[in-house]
Design a protein around this ligand. Structure first.
Ligand SMILES: [Ca+2]
Ligand SMILES: [Ca+2]
Ligand SMILES: [Ca+2]
Length: 553
């Protein structure tokens, strides 16, 4: 059994580092933190005393501790992520063993931290012969924003891994990467990584060294300056035999980890970066020949860890349709993929008027309605989802209008910029002119409204008033019935012609009829109008039909 002692103790920040590829200077800055270890007894704690995760050098949640979670509570025996505690953003478990199986994810010897990931700077290769102390078996990640306590609102990231042996000195690194596409796996020969570094990527390095008879391991950050240090790491100071999942060790029996074969670290990214911490999407634990940036990298285990939520936006224009002269609003709902805060602005734009419902290509700079657009309103801050309503839009012409809405987050922790598309459902406003039938009557002679003689003359009159902008009328007044009926100029009176704003159009039709008792004469208005945008709609108003019955005595 090995012990850990004389753990190197140092802290180093390199806040500016450049990767040079093919004579092109790529302006990448990487924060490099050498994890300082200090040997001392420790109590159960968390990074910056956050009180949300057990950084206690073991894997399972303590039965008597007050802290809400540990690795063994985040994942089941198969590494499947379990329901996460309040404020949690993401958690992933990666299998990188067992030792006897060829590992498809190890670095080629030419891969260095100082190289960019892209352009073959990092390459992977399979290996069935990893030095036991450098062989990672499992790794895991967790991100949370505490909802209460001393670090409420901070973005905390945790990582942990198991290794196969503990003999001799050992070194490790943890990359927190923003590019979600960083990955590599090879079944034969060297394969280049996908993805690239992004300014703000983070590397944490640390080391195990042997000697002495120390049986506890700690990081200075956890206990020396617990309220201000933003990194806190631990290793197991004795064998771990209680594991939620199967693992192995070179010298112990199955499902036991010897001293210093488990490592975990917590990082307060808000403490390091302030409110604009980079959006982490991948984590990579590696083993290495030293904490140096030019160390030869050995094994790695990579997985996802999304610290920033993805935003979705949905919208609804209401009311629609509206009469010309009315107003409408658009309401946007922004939803985040994790329990995060919606905060920022929503910008609404209106396009039109169009003669038909807008499509995905309708919204152009020439159809943008100004000065109403852009109409920017604040949204949140508040827990997802949040809603924002545009200002009231009063169209100056009839027709169809298309709305779009864009969420502009205050920061990456509030999600990404996301927009609706032109022609989306619920984003079309229809503005109608409002011609209306304001009068419809008829006069019967010789016996008005009492056609007891079996025959007579009926004159129909009706009026359409235009409350809106100028329109073209169309349609008809049609007279028919089971009685014999004949109208001057035909039984159908066609409606046609323009109707100016505010004007009346009056129509009349005279008919003669004859029939027996019970037979009917009926007149129906079917009036339409076409607005200045070419859209055709029904004229409103009622009644549109009169029917009378002949009653001879
Ligand atoms: Ca624990
Ligand atoms: Ca690996
Ligand atoms: Ca491995």
């Amino acid at each position: 059994m090995s012990t850990i002692g004389d753990i190197s103790y140092r802290t180093k920040w390199l806040i500016s580092k450049r990767y040079i590829q093919a004579a092109i200077v790529i302006g990448l800055m990487t924060l490099v933190i050498a994890v300082p270890f200090l040997t001392r007894a420790f109590a159960l704690t968390d990074v910056r005393n956050a009180g949300v995760f057990e950084l206690d050098g073991n894997i399972v949640k303590g039965s008597t501790t007050p802290l809400p979670t540990d690795w063994g509570a985040l994942f089941n025996a198969n590494g499947v992520t379990q329901p996460l505690p309040s404020g949690a953003l993401d958690a992933h478990w990666v299998n990188d063993g067992p030792h006897a199986v060829t590992d498809l994810t190890t670095f080629t010897t030419g891969s260095k931290d100082t190289l960019d990931i892209a352009n073959a700077g990092w390459q992977c290769t399979p290996s069935g012969n990893i030095t036991p102390k450098d062989d990672i078996l499992h790794s895991y990640s967790f991100a949370i924003v505490p909802q209460s306590g001393p670090r409420a609102g901070d973005l905390l990231v945790y990582g942990g891994f198991e290794r196969f042996a503990n003999n001799g000195a050992g070194d490790l690194g943890l990359w927190l990467l923003q590019d979600p596409t960083v990955a590599c796996s090879s079944t034969k020969g060297a394969v280049s990584f996908t993805g690239a570094h992004v300014v703000g990527d983070i590397l944490v390095v640390g080391e195990f060294s042997t000697g002495g008879s120390v049986t506890t391991l700690n990081m200075a950050d956890c206990t020396v300056a617990p309220d201000t240090a933003n990194i806190c790491a631990r290793s197991n100071t004795g064998p771990i035999s209680t594991l939620p999942w199967s693992t192995q060790d070179k010298t112990s029996g199955p499902n036991t980890l010897a001293t210093a074969e488990f490592f975990e670290v917590g990082i307060d990214l808000t403490g390091l970066f302030g409110s604009n911490a980079p959006c982490i999407n991948r984590f990579i634990f590696d083993t290495r020949t030293s904490p140096s940036l030019t160390a030869t990298l050995v094994d790695y285990a990579e997985g996802a860890l999304a610290t920033c939520p993805t935003a979705a936006i949905s919208t609804n224009v209401s009311p629609s349709p509206i009469p010309f002269g009315g107003s409408a609003n658009d309401t946007a709902t922004v939803t985040l993929t994790t329990a995060s805060t919606v905060s920022g602005t929503v910008t609404f734009n209106v396009y039109g008027p169009f003669s038909s419902p807008p499509t995905s290509t309708s919204c152009t700079s020439t159809s943008l309605v100004t000065p109403f657009s852009p109409n920017t309103v604040s949204i949140g801050p508040g827990p997802s989802p949040q809603m924002a309503t545009s200002g009231s839009f009063i169209p100056s012409a009839t027709g169809y209008y298309g709305w779009t809405a864009t969420y502009n987050p205050a920061g990456p922790r509030n999600g990404n910029t996301v927009s609706t598309n032109c022609g989306d459902a619920n984003e079309t406003l229809l503005v109608l002119s409002i011609p209306k039938i304001t009068a419809f009557d008829f006069t019967n002679t010789p016996n008005n409204n009492d056609p007891t003689l079996g025959s007579g003359t009926v004159m129909y009159t009706f009026k359409i008033h235009n409350y809106g902008a100028s329109v073209m009328l169309s349609g008809s007044l049609t007279v028919s019935g089971s009685a014999s009926v004949s109208c001057t100029g035909g039984n159908t009176l066609l409606l046609s012609g323009s109707l100016a704003a505010g004007a009346d159009a009056t129509f009349s039709l005279t008919c003669t009829y004859s029939g027996t008792s019970g037979q009917t004469v009926s007149a129906t208005i079917n009036a339409m109008f076409t607005d200045i945008n070419g859209a055709t709609h029904a004229v409103s108003g009622s009644p549109t039909t009169y029917t009378f019955t002949i009653q001879t005595i």
